[in-house]
Design a protein around this ligand. Structure first.
Ligand code: P1T
Length: 393
């Protein structure tokens, strides 16, 4: 299978559609086939065709996705995994050793923090949660000779804090620390951490990359051959790879990423403006609002502000929980980044695992994953769920 990449100078949408996806040389199929095979015939012992030996080590559908992801993130090598957490776990095991210390966000995705706090901690890797918007606090948390990794998530889940990737990567560089960025919320269309100085990008491709809530997947992209060798070795040795059908679904999703992110951003901007004016909402959190403390950094490092909006309900926790059950177009559910709008209560759902830790989220918080439906239908739905009678049209 040919996996030519279009020129790096080609535009994002062109690379999303063509990188790693040249027509199949045998049939001309314009879409990479789903190679549902575990193994490959060898032409004599060790006579591999295009390097394919066994599908944990490599599969042509996965290769297509990995090349496309590398191109979209401006990296040299991409790796596709069975989930976002599998991708993160592989990075941690590939790059950290017992005794290492990590500086991590104090408001990361709950499952990411659980991975640090309850899985890797058992193997002697410690993590200090820090407010990444406070550079002095990050510097103070670095333990010289012990801290080996700075883990960023920006925007964060669910509080949408913005970390200054360039400034933090520079700080990490002075200390010889590897910078990892979870780019799930922004997607490679809105933000490219490697170009800002980060060493490693991770994704839950379950979200915007896949884009249709029909697959669970993860990715790692690096821009350096030495890091790539370590990740490749652990991807194969640990084996949490994306299967061919899952790889194909993510690859199909990526083709429309640019269009979808524009529409997610349009809709989310309108919803954030609406919520910011609403009397039942005590705080609207969206990096695109000038009131957001990270707005200027977000403007610098993101193309637009994305599809995630969080807000606090003035009447408190119970009102927030009940609101989540009243929407009709927004579906009550975990996850994000799909074409359909979702609503959830992070304190009781996605972030229940961090209750009682430094990462506990406000009880009156509601998170929206704004989809690509007609914006007026979304506004009307929120208006009725918030309990007002005025029309928004
Ligand atoms: O669910 P999985 O594909 O394993 O990805 C984990 C993950 C990693 N990073 C971020 C920023 C995430 O948001 C997630 C998963 N998040 C949810 C399921 C959620 O509803 O927030």
């Amino acid at each position: 299978m040919t996996t030519d990449r279009p020129a790096d100078s080609a535009g994002f949408a062109t690379r999303a559609i063509h990188a790693g996806q040249a027509p199949d040389p045998t049939t001309g199929a314009v879409v990479p086939p789903i190679y549902a095979t575990s193994t490959y015939a060898q032409d004599g012992v060790g006579g591999l065709r295009n390097g394919y030996e066994y599908s944990r080590s490599g599969n042509p559908t996965r290769t297509a996705l990995e090349e496309c992801l590398a191109s979209l993130e401006g990296g040299s090598h991409g790796f596709a995994f069975a989930s976002g957490l599998a991708a993160e776990d592989t990075v941690l095991r590939a790059l950290c050793r017992s005794g290492d210390h990590l500086v991590v966000p104090h408001d990361a995705y709950g499952g990411t923090f659980r991975l640090f706090d309850r899985v890797h901690a058992q193997w002697g890797i410690t993590a200090t949660p820090v407010d990444l918007t406070d550079l002095a606090a990050v510097e103070a948390a670095i333990q010289p000779g012990k801290t080996t990794m700075l883990w960023l998530e920006t925007p964060t889940n669910p509080l949408l804090a913005i970390a200054d990737i360039a400034a933090l990567a520079e700080l990490a560089g002075w200390h010889g620390i590897t910078t990892v960025v979870d780019n799930t919320f922004a997607s490679p269309y809105l933000q490219q951490p490697l170009a800002l100085g980060a060493d490693v990008v991770v994704h839950s491709t379950t979200k915007y990359c896949g884009g249709h809530s029909d697959v669970v997947g993860g990715a790692v992209v690096v821009g350096d051959a030495e890091l790539a060798d370590k990740v490749r070795f652990h991807q194969n040795a640990m084996g949490a790879v994306a299967g061919p059908f899952d790889a194909w679904l993510v690859l199909r999703g990526l083709k429309t990423l640019a269009l979808r992110m524009e529409r997610h951003s349009d809709n989310a901007e309108a919803i954030a403006r609406f919520l910011a004016e609403h009397p039942s909402v005590s705080e609207t959190i969206y990096p695109g609002l000038t009131s957001h403390s990270g707005h200027d950094v977000a403007r610098r490092q993101m193309r637009r502000f994305g599809g995630m909006v969080s807000f606090r309900v003035a009447a408190g926790e119970q009102a927030a929980v009940e609101l989540c059950a009243r929407t009709k177009v927004f579906t009550l559910g975990e996850s994000l980044g799909g074409v359909e709008s979702l609503i959830e209560h992070p304190g009781r759902m996605t972030h229940a695992s961090v209750a009682g830790t430094a990462l506990e989220v406000p009880a009156d918080l509601v998170r929206l994953s704004v989809g690509i439906e007609e914006v007026n239908d979304l506004l009307e739905d929120l208006d009725q769920a918030l309990g007002t009678t005025g029309s928004v049209r």
